[in-house]
Design a protein around this ligand. Structure first.
Ligand code: SAH
Length: 359
């Protein structure tokens, strides 16, 4: 058990350059120690300093006294019939977060959480019902990935995790500092070494966050949960849009310095009788004009306490057709893991075996 005080540096939170500064300036160690430490922390994802065998014992002991190494504890894994799985983790201070693993033929995509709960309040999403408890640290965000990797390994599954989506619990852009650090860590060659092309950050439309991301010296894929074509309907579904209107959102998106061959993904949760009309479908291409983009249409998943229903399949098709005709790629994503409450909008931080929360 780590007993160092809370304000000490958490080694797993540090990006490579932050770790380098810490190693050189605070510890007075040689620069090459950074490579060693970063590889252990993020390449091997070890949680025990004593396993860092090429790091001098005195340094390990000093790190043990002066730093923390926060990890998540895997408390539950629920398998879905469709091959996906939901992992529930407990943070050191006792909160639950969830990640979802979605195997496709040769690759595995992983959906990570950035907060315990969420403050966005979207009417169709189960995480909204929790409210926001706190944001996750960068170390907690990346540790979800490491726990999943370890779990796959334990099962003898040698498939690689090839794609990461920041679409779990919480709003990444309301926790932008930690989200950015986690991205830098995950992309680092000595860490998980994932290409920025294979990472997607999804936002409900927190405009200042998008504006900040526009200034970053690296880019990942950006997904916007649009979910309506008018300010009025969007306000009803997503209270955040009262603060950051559709107008402001699209001003920020049009100004976004999108790299070549990248497109913004618009996610659109389709709800019968609410946002699935022919008029909505006709408005969508006009709304996004000038933004290189594609669409993910997601028939709404049932969530406790809301009576939103997905449109019939032919209605979903009828909605997509004019958008395709306007020249856009449209994917209808039937969410994975609905049988285990792991699908989009269903992460509610509840365990299947609630007694596991008692220690
Ligand atoms: N807060 C971020 C990250 C969460 S992503 C965001 O809003 O983008 C979660 C995605 O699932 C969002 O695109 C959201 O619109 C979608 N979603 C939420 N509840 C859903 C539900 N009940 N059915 C289908 N999709 C849902």
């Amino acid at each position: 058990m780590n007993t160092t005080p809370k304000d000490t540096v958490d080694l797993r939170d540090l990006t490579y350059s932050e770790l380098e500064r810490y190693v050189v300036e605070d510890l007075g160690e040689r620069r090459f120690r950074t490579d060693q430490l970063f590889s252990w922390l993020h390449g091997q994802a070890v949680t025990d300093l004593d396993l860092m065998t090429n790091v001098a014992k005195e340094l390990r002991q000093r790190l043990g006294r002066e730093t923390r190494l926060t990890t998540l504890q895997t408390v539950e894994v629920v398998d879905s019939k469709d091959g996906s799985a939901k992992l529930a983790f407990r943070t050191a201070d006792g909160h639950l977060v969830e990640s979802v693993l979605m195997p496709e033929e040769r690759k595995i995509s992983v959906c990570l959480s950035t907060q315990v709960g969420c403050a966005m309040g979207c009417a169709f999403c189960a995480t909204a019902g929790l409210g926001l408890t706190r944001s996750l640290t960068a170390g907690e965000i990346v540790d979800q990935l490491y726990r999943i990797r370890a779990w796959l390994q334990d099962r003898g599954d040698d498939r690689r995790i090839s794609n990461i989506v920041y679409m779990g619990m919480g709003e990444p852009l309301a926790n932008l500092r930690q989200t950015r650090r986690s991205l830098e860590i995950i992309m680092h060659p000595l860490g998980a070494n994932l290409s920025s092309r294979r990472i997607t950050v999804s936002t409900a439309g927190v405009v200042p966050g998008i504006e900040r991301m526009a200034t970053w010296d690296f880019q990942v894929n950006l997904a916007i949960s649009l979910n309506a074509t008018t300010q009025q309907v969007r306000e009803r579904l997503m209270p955040i849009t009262r603060r950051y209107s559709l107008d402001r959102l699209f001003t920020a998106l049009r100004a976004f310095p999108l790299e070549k061959r990248r497109r913004i993904t618009f996610e659109y949760v389709l709800i019968a009788g609410v946002n699935d009309s022919d008029e909505d479908a006709a408005r969508l291409p006009r709304l996004v004009a000038g933004v290189p983009c594609k669409f993910n249409i997601i028939p709404v998943n049932p969530v406790d306490g809301s009576d939103f229903a997905p449109p019939a399949p032919d209605r979903v098709e009828a909605f997509c057709a004019p958008i395709r005709r306007a020249g856009y790629t449209v994917i209808t994503r039937n969410s994975r893991g609905a049988d285990i409450s792991a699908a989009c909008g269903q992460l509610a931080g509840r365990l299947k075996s609630p007694n596991l929360t008692d220690e």
